[in-house]
Design a protein around this ligand. Structure first.
Ligand SMILES: Cc1ncc(COP(=O)(O)O)c(C=O)c1O
Length: 437
C-alpha cells in the first residue's frame, strides 16, 4: 500500500490530513454554507442566503428562444471557445457597463464563471502568500474565502454610512507599508455593499479614488448589484472615473446566476495575464452560457426586466424595513439600503448574533452572524439579513420572529446578568486597533 492510500486502521477523521497544501489551512467552511442545511427547511424563514429571486423571468419565452438557439447555432454554442470569452459577449458587456457610465473596449474584458471566478483570477495574478488586500469592514464573505485561499492577509478599512472612509484608507496603507507589508489592492463594493447594503455617493468614490491614486494602490471594484438601484438611477461606477480600476461585473443578479457568467474589465496588461490565468483554470469560460445570455440581451427587453426586478426587490426591502421598525426591540439599529439584497443589523449592547442564532432558528428564522464578514473577529453584535428571496409576507413574519428572539435573549440577559461583551470585538470603533503586523 502506498503512503497516499489511507489505511483502514487510520483513526483520524481525515486520513489525507498530511497531504494537503498549506493554503488549505486557511480554507474554512463558510458560515453561510453551514447555515444552509438549517435555513432551507420550509418552516424556517431564511433571511440568510443571498439567492436572487428569478421567478419573474419569462421562462416560457426563454425556453422557446434557447430551443431556437440550439437548432441554429448549437454546434458553435456547445464547442470550446476563447479563453478570454467570446467577442460578441464582450461587446454586449460593454453595452451593459455603459448603463453605469463606463466606456470600455471589448478587448479589455475577460469573461469569467461568475464574478466569483473573477475574484479568484484577480487574486491569483496579484497575490503571494502574506500580501495584503484591503477590504471594507465588513466585506463579502465569498471574496474573503478566495483571498484566504491564496493566503492573503485581509486588512479591513473602516466605513461609515457613506462607505469606505478615505482617511482610514490612507492611514491603513501608510501603517501597513511602514510595517513592511506589500499592499496589493483595495477590494471594494461601492454599490449596496454585501453585507451592509451601504452605497458610496459619487463624491466619496472620487475621494477614495484620489487616495488610492496618490498612494499607488490598485482598486478592484466589485459591482454585481449596481443596476438593482431601487430609487433613482445607479451612481456612476468608480471605473467610469478611472480606467486603472479593475472592475468586476456579473449577470447573476440582473439576469440569472445559473449561467455562471461574470467578467473583469482590466487595463490591457492585466487583462493579458487574466486571460492566461483563465486558460489555465478552465480553458474557456462556458460558451453555451455566453450564447444564451447574448441571445437574451438581443431578443428580450433586459432593461425592462431589470425594472421588474427593481420593483419586486423594492416590495421585499420595504417589507423588511417595515417589519424591523415594527418588531425590533429598542437598542437595535439597521441600515436602509437603496438596492442590492441586504440589511445590516446592529444588536443591542451585550448581545452576540452567533449565540442568538439557535434561539432564532428555534423561532424559525435564520440570518448570517456578522462575524462571517470580518477577517478579524469583529461583527459579533451584527447580523446580515437578506430580503431578496422570500415573499414580502414571509419577510415581515421573519422580522417578527427575529424580534421575539432578540427580546427573549434580552430578557434572559436581564434575568441572569448582562454580558457587556467587553471581552469581544463588538464595535470596531471602540475595540482595540487591528494588528497590522
Ligand atoms: C459582492 C459580491 N461579489 C461577487 C458575488 C459572486 O457572484 P457571481 O459569481 O454569481 O457573479 C456575489 C454573490 O453574492 C456578491 O455578493
Amino acid at each position: 500500500m502506498s503512503s497516499l492510500e489511507p489505511s483502514r486502521r487510520d483513526t483520524r477523521l481525515d486520513p489525507y490530513i498530511d497531504q494537503y497544501a498549506d493554503r488549505t489551512g486557511s480554507m474554512t467552511v463558510s458560515a453561510v454554507r453551514a447555515l444552509f442545511a438549517v435555513a432551507n427547511r420550509p418552516e424556517v424563514v431564511s433571511l440568510a442566503g443571498g439567492m436572487p429571486n428569478i421567478a419573474d423571468l419569462p421562462l416560457a419565452d426563454l425556453g422557446a428562444s434557447f430551443d431556437q438557439l440550439i437548432q441554429t447555432k448549437g454546434v458553435q454554442a456547445m464547442q470550446y471557445g476563447s479563453g478570454q470569452g467570446e467577442l460578441f459577449m464582450r461587446e454586449k458587456i460593454v453595452e451593459v457597463m455603459a448603463e453605469e457610465a463606463i466606456t470600455a473596449n471589448p478587448d479589455d474584458v475577460v469573461i469569467t464563471c461568475g464574478s466569483q471566478q473573477a475574484l479568484d483570477l484577480v487574486t491569483r495574478i496579484f497575490i503571494d502568500p502574506g500580501d495584503v488586500i484591503l477590504a471594507e469592514a465588513p466585506s463579502y464573505v465569498g471574496a474573503m474565502g478566495t483571498f484566504n485561499a491564496y493566503q492573503a492577509q485581509i486588512h479591513h478599512v473602516e466605513m461609515d454610512e457613506d462607505g469606505l472612509l478615505p482617511d482610514a484608507l490612507r492611514q491603513a496603507v501608510v501603517a501597513l507599508r511602514a510595517a513592511g507589508k506589500a499592499v496589493k489592492f483595495l477590494y471594494t463594493i461601492p454599490n449596496f455593499n454585501n453585507p451592509t447594503g451601504i452605497t458610496q455617493p459619487l463624491e466619496r468614490r472620487r475621494e477614495v479614488l484620489a487616495v488610492a491614486r496618490e498612494l499607488g494602490v490598485l482598486v478592484v471594484e466589485d459591482n454585481p448589484y449596481g443596476l438593482l438601484t431601487i430609487e433613482g438611477e445607479p451612481i456612476d461606477a468608480m471605473r467610469s472615473m478611472d480606467p486603472e480600476v479593475i472592475y468586476l461585473g456579473s449577470f447573476s443578479k440582473t439576469f440569472a446566476p445559473g449561467f455562471r457568467v461574470g467578467w473583469v474589465l482590466a487595463p490591457h496588461a492585466v487583462r493579458e495575464r487574466l486571460t492566461i490565468a483563465q486558460e489555465a483554470a478552465v480553458l474557456s469560460p462556458p460558451v453555451f452560457s455566453q450564447f444564451a445570455i447574448a441571445n437574451y440581451l438581443d431578443n428580450f427587453d433586459w432593461r425592462g426586466q431589470i425594472a421588474t426586478f427593481r420593483s419586486m426587490y423594492q416590495a421585499r426591502r420595504d417589507a423588511m424595513l417595515d417589519g424591523l421598525s415594527a418588531h425590533m426591540p429598542t437598542g437595535t439599529t439597521w441600515t436602509s439600503p437603496n438596492g442590492g439584497f441586504f440589511v445590516w443589523v446592529t444588536l443591542p449592547e451585550g448581545l452576540d448574533s452567533q449565540a442568538l442564532l439557535p434561539r432564532a432558528v428555534n423561532e424559525r428564522v435564520a440570518y448570517v452572524p456578522g462575524t462571517a464578514f470580518y477577517a478579524d473577529g469583529f461583527g459579533s453584535r451584527n447580523m446580515r439579513l437578506s430580503y431578496c428571496f422570500p415573499t414580502p409576507e414571509r419577510i415581515y413574519e421573519g422580522t417578527r420572529r427575529l424580534g421575539k428572539a432578540i427580546a427573549d435573549e434580552l430578557e434572559m440577559h436581564a434575568t441572569f446578568g448582562l454580558d457587556t461583551g467587553e471581552h469581544r470585538h463588538t464595535d470596531r470603533n471602540l475595540g482595540p486597533a487591528p494588528d497590522v503586523s
